[in-house]
Design a protein. Sequence first.
Length: 64
Amino acid sequence: MPLQLKVPKIACASCVDTVTKAVKSVDATAKVEVDTKTKMVRVETQQPAAEIKQAIAAVGYPAA
C-alpha cells in the first residue's frame, strides 16, 4: 500500500536515514523514498499507516 506523508522537519541526508530506519523498524521490507526539497516521504508497505506515522513521529519527525 503506498503511503505519502508530508514531514516538514526533514532537511538533510541524516534526517532521511533516521526516517528510513524508523520505517524499516516497523516493516523491514518497506520501500522508502524521501524528497528533502518537498518534504515528502513515500512508503510502500503492508503495515497500517498509523504504525508508520507513529514510528516516524517517535524519532522526532511527525507527519503534518
